[in-house]
Design a protein around this ligand. Structure first.
Ligand code: ZN
Length: 314
């Protein structure tokens, strides 16, 4: 038996893409890799990706972040958002067999939170709440250096707190969840609805593009399009409403906001902070700093690698 390596690989898995990061023992990023993956070929594709990033003898363990809930006791994936069931039946066991390495599975928001906490926007903080606002909305709580995952591993599901009691149905079965108004697809839906019913909004450049994305809304807002700017600001209000509840509950020192929707930068961060200030219990608001994430798309793979590093040292 050779001694295990000292580097770690983290892989963030979405439906069709795997994004991997190789880090050393200290958490320094050595290399990244992005590849398209096909559900049927997932395990061999991931094993090949691992091999390309480092020889087996140099790697100690692999962390895999997935957009679903993970039961850490059983290492099974529950309710994956956009992963076909065949991909996740026994991802943990199969990837261990294919690579010969220890594998740790984690929810993607938890992994990104851990990455930001250790080497990103949360560096130096003791406790933080992280929110990932992208195709869905996830969240994670880190208390005293550890992910607080709750009774069965699912803590931090901030995307499913109710924002609008009269709202539309969510994938979770509830209605009016934060995710139904502030995720990237929800921003597009709300913008479309408004374009259809409000003639003044047709002056927006978004009205010219039948298949615009949330990214386009942010881009037009940055370019000074009033309608796009209003959509981003309203989205910020919804997110701020959610964040206000979180800080009232946790009185936490730092809130880190990541995910694609935050690419709008200050245009969305400022209305979020304004809304939190308006709604939160004032002493809680004053004790909290609200910042944008720093690691971007590498946050989840780096965090997954760091979680794999720290998993056996507890
Ligand atoms: Zn929901």
């Amino acid at each position: 038996m050779s001694t295990p390596g000292s580097n770690f690989i983290g892989i963030n898995l979405s439906g069709i893409q795997a994004r991997a990061a190789l880090i050393d023992q200290s958490g320094t990023l050595i290399n990244t890799k992005v590849a398209e993956v096909a559900p049927k070929e997932l395990i061999p594709q991931l094993a090949a990706m691992v091999e390309e990033l480092g020889s087996r003898s140099s790697i100690a363990a692999i962390g895999v972040a997935i957009p679903g809930l993970v039961n850490r006791q059983t290492d099974r994936v529950i309710a994956p958002r956009d992963l076909p069931a065949t991909m996740v039946e026994d991802l943990h066991g199969e990837l261990m067999r294919a690579t010969g390495l220890r594998v740790e599975l984690e929810n993607d928001a938890n992994a990104a939170a851990y990455g930001e906490y250790k080497v990103g926007a949360g560096r130096g903080a003791r406790n933080l709440f992280y929110m990932m606002i992208g195709n869905g909305i996830g969240g994670a709580i880190i208390l005293d250096g550890k992910l607080w995952t709750g009774a069965s591993g699912f803590a931090g599901e901030v995307g499913h707190i109710t924002i609008d009691t009269e709202g539309i149905e969510c994938v979770c079965g509830n209605t009016g969840c934060l995710e139904t108004v502030a995720s990237a697809p929800s921003i597009v839906r709300r913008a479309r609805e408004r374009l259809n019913r409000d003639s003044t909004s047709s002056l927006s450049r978004l009205a010219l593009n039948k298949s615009f994305t949330a990214e386009d809304v942010a881009h037009q807002a940055k370019d000074g399009d009033d309608f796009a700017l209003m959509m981003i600001e309203r989205t910020g209000k919804y997110i701020g409403t959610g964040v206000a509840s979180v800080i009232n509950l946790l009185n936490i020192e730092l809130v880190v906001l990541g995910g694609g929707v935050m690419d709008a930068g200050a245009l969305i961060l400022n209305p979020i902070i304004q809304e939190v200030k308006r709604r939160a219990f004032q002493p809680c608001f004053e004790a909290t700093e609200i910042v944008a994430a720093k690691l971007g798309l590498d946050g989840a793979p780096i965090g997954a690698a760091l979680l794999a590093r720290d998993a056996n040292t507890e």
